[in-house]
Design a protein around this ligand. Structure first.
Ligand code: PLP
Length: 393
């Protein structure tokens, strides 16, 4: 089959690949511990499920407006006001089938052939592919481990040229869990404004933050910067609703209109009942979101301490999301492996622990561990990893 040039350049998602391999081993009867998951391990809170079920019984089973129900857009604008004191009008919001598809639509609406988008590494696996699919060129800027994987304004400035159209900021980050402070966002924002860059601010992990950190959106820095920013968010991670596929963008009305028009020819609209579920998620409350956050925090504190005691493993402590992104280069070479990718593959084969190699996120010395699984399993996984290192050293 002669496939398009467009798809032939795609890199398959390393996150999904490792999850599929772990599932296959499990199906063969192996006792696999999967730490590859990119989704919370809790069920969606029942008040949300009830609201969606009620909407279907009431007959909301038809097409909706392409960019989302007006009631959902209201719930989203109210959330922006309440949480971040940001004012958006309905025509500045587009709801789509998950933040992933909203981002895809954004790049399709924004980029012309060879336009450049600055992507800090380590990055979420879909950013570069989505930029490429829109004809654009990903330009990587290294978020150094010694700077908690964050980029500096100077690094951003030196990557800009006349073709640069946008920069992506993902805080809290997948895969590192690190966050930009208010001051850091002010400086990055200044550089973005100076160079007339659109800031794509992916805030999907906004609600999953730990310790005494506060989440800041770059759109909160100034009105000028808000006008130059598209905020991406959704209910997948905050409300454990990954399968519902509801995400949204907030930004410039002309851009939002173009994205909505594109969606009208691809998805038509996000699933109606999921939209009713998302309205409930944002307008009702039963404490379960905070309970999930607390469970993640407890796991992080426990697992982090154990992880950094493993020989050859170092890790910047994350501030949010549900991932750890340790550097295991030393552990891999002490085991005689020339690459972390090979180390990860053998770890799965021998100890049946599935982690995601950092190469897929642009950081080949690291691995991503998701702590969206029970503490018992996390502890066993770390014991197995330590045994694996001892057996090979
Ligand atoms: N952005 C980041 C950084 C993510 O990690 C994910 C999911 O893994 C998404 C966006 C997409 O979320 P969804 O499409 O489920 O709304």
């Amino acid at each position: 089959m002669q496939l398009s040039k467009r798809v032939s350049t795609l890199t398959p998602s390393s996150t999904l690949a490792i999850t599929a391999k772990a599932k296959a081993l499990k199906a063969e009867g192996h006792d696999v511990i999967g730490l590859g998951a990119g989704e919370p391990d809790f069920n969606t809170p029942s008040y949300i499920i009830e609201a969606a079920a009620a909407s279907m019984r009431e007959g909301h089973t038809k097409y909706t407006p392409s960019g989302g129900l007006p009631e959902l857009k209201d719930a989203v604008t109210d959330k922006f006001k309440k949480d971040q004191d940001l004012d958006y009008y309905q025509d500045e919001i587009m709801v789509g089938t998950g933040a992933k598809h909203v981002l895809y639509t954004l790049f399709q609406a924004l980029l012309d052939e060879d336009d450049e988008v600055i992507i800090p590494t380590p990055y979420w696996v879909s950013y570069p592919e989505q930029v490429k699919l829109a004809g654009g060129k990903p330009v990587y800027v290294d978020g150094l481990e010694e700077n908690d994987f964050k980029i500096t304004p100077e690094q951003l400035q030196s990557a800009v040229n006349s073709k640069t159209k946008a920069v992506i900021i993902n805080s809290p980050s997948n895969p590192t869990g690190n966050m930009y402070s208010k001051e850091e966002l002010e400086k990055i924002g200044e550089t973005a404004l100076k160079n007339n860059l659109l800031v794509v601010s992916d805030e999907i992990y906004e609600k999953l933050i730990y310790g005494d950190v506060v989440h800041h959106s770059i759109a909160q820095v100034s009105q000028q910067l808000k006008d130059q920013t598209v905020v991406i968010n959704g209910v997948s991670k905050s409300h454990s609703m990954t399968g519902w596929r509801i995400g949204y963008a907030a930004g410039n009305a002309e851009l939002i209109k173009a994205m909505t028009s594109l969606a009208s020819h691809s998805t038509s609209n996000p699933t109606a009942s999921s939209q009713y579920g998302a309205i409930a998620a944002y307008t009702k409350e039963d404490g379960s979101v905070e309970k999930m956050r607390q469970a993640f925090e407890e796991r992080l504190d426990c697992v982090y301490e154990k992880l950094v005691q493993i020989p050859g493993v170092s890790c910047v402590k994350p501030k949010g999301a549900f991932y750890l992104f340790p550097n295991v280069k030393e552990a891999a070479s002490s085991c005689g492996f020339s690459s972390v990718d090979d180390w990860v593959k053998t770890l799965l084969e021998e100890e049946k622990v599935a982690v995601v190699p950092g190469s897929g996120f642009g950081s080949p010395d690291n691995i991503r561990l998701s702590y969206a699984t029970s503490l018992d399993l996390l502890e066993s996984a770390l014991e197995r990893m330590e045994r694996f290192i001892n057996n090979h050293s």
